[in-house]
Structure formats: C-alpha cells, structure tokens
Design a protein around this ligand. Sequence first.
Ligand SMILES: [Zn+2]
Length: 235
Amino acid sequence: MLGLIAGSFLATLVLRSPRGETIVAGRSACEHCGKRLDVTELVPVASWLWLRGRCRGCGGRIDPLHPIVEGLCALVGAAALAVAPGVAGVAGAFFGWVLVALAALDLRHFWLPDRLILILLLIAVASWWMDIAPSAFDRFLGAAGGYAALTIVAAAYRLVRKRDGLGAGDAKLFGALGAILGWQALPLVLVGACSVGLFFVAARVIGGQEVVATDRLPLGALLAFAAFPAWIIQQ
Ligand SMILES: [Zn+2]
C-alpha cells in the first residue's frame, strides 16, 4: 500500500521535475485541461484503469507513466518486506522506490538527478547506522570503487573515441549502488545491466533497425533495474 502511495508521488516527481515544476505545491491536475483531480481520481492504478487512461474533463490521455510507476513501487515495497521483514526491508523498499524514479527519468530524459543519488547515499548511511549489512568498510569500498570504475571507463572512452560515452550521472549512481549493496555486488549489477542493454540492442538489430556506435542507451536505468534484484539476492 505504501508502495502505491510512494509511486503516486514519484510519478508526479518524474513528470514535473524535468519541466522545472514543483512537486509539493499544487494539487494533481490534468496536464491538458488543468482539471483538478478529485479524491476518486487519485486512487493509484485503480483510477487510471477505471478511467481507461483518459481525463474525465477533456478526454485527454493520462500519461501511462502514472500507473506503471505506481505498480512498480507497489511490487518493490511488497518484495522488499517479503524477503526482509523489518527495518532492512523498509530500507530496501526506499532503495527500490528511488531506483524506480531514477530509471523512469533516465529512460525519458537521460537524466539522473544528483538529488536522487544523494537520497541513495542517505539510505546507505542510515542503513549503516542501523547496523544493516553490509559493513561500513564494504559500503565505503563500494562507493569509491563503483564511482572510480565507471569514471575510468568514461575517461578511457573519451581518450580513444574523442567523445563522451558515459554520463557523469552513471558513475555517481554506480558509486551510490556500491554504498548500499557493498562492493561485492557491483560486478553482478554491471554484468546484469549490460546484459539487458545488449539484449535490447540485439532485439533492435533482429527487428531490422539500424544500430550505430553513437546510439545512446540509458545505462542508469539499466543499472537501476539490475540493482534491485541484486539487493533481493543479498537478503
Ligand atoms: Zn483534462
């Protein structure tokens, strides 16, 4: 239930923050006609299904990002508490919810906001403070190692290809994942993320689409998708 509510909040954040709009001020309204949503239209997932993804006022399309993010956050919350009942599960749920928001922003805008990555670091610090595994040493090594690893890859790519291949946000995110999961989990997360990425590229080639070296993949989103299963395995 908390996941649905968190998802509802995060979907609004994902849709509004790239436009420079505030999340806290202003009630939810239709983005086409500005109609304020009443209580029955604010129920996560159910409202969207009930209204068949259309605004009741103007019939305009309601972004399916809303129910997708809400559904994912509900699944993340349920999965986290199922594998780790208690404080560790709550920390895991917050971790997963931030990952959902990061993945959605990276998929839509190739944008990994520093503020969200900072929240991941705060979750890592809070978890360490509450004695949740991994140890402080493993977390520190994960943060430093994760950030350094992708920064070195980015620098090497720039040197060889004379253009940017990795966003700065990717290295920061990988470091934050290391702070939460510990350094031991990072190879698995990276291999998982790259496998999913290569799978999509392969599917594009098989589908007859042209693939060139300058095509962009949202590495941050791929890392986020790989990181939550890695956290589940750890429990
Ligand atoms: Zn409307």
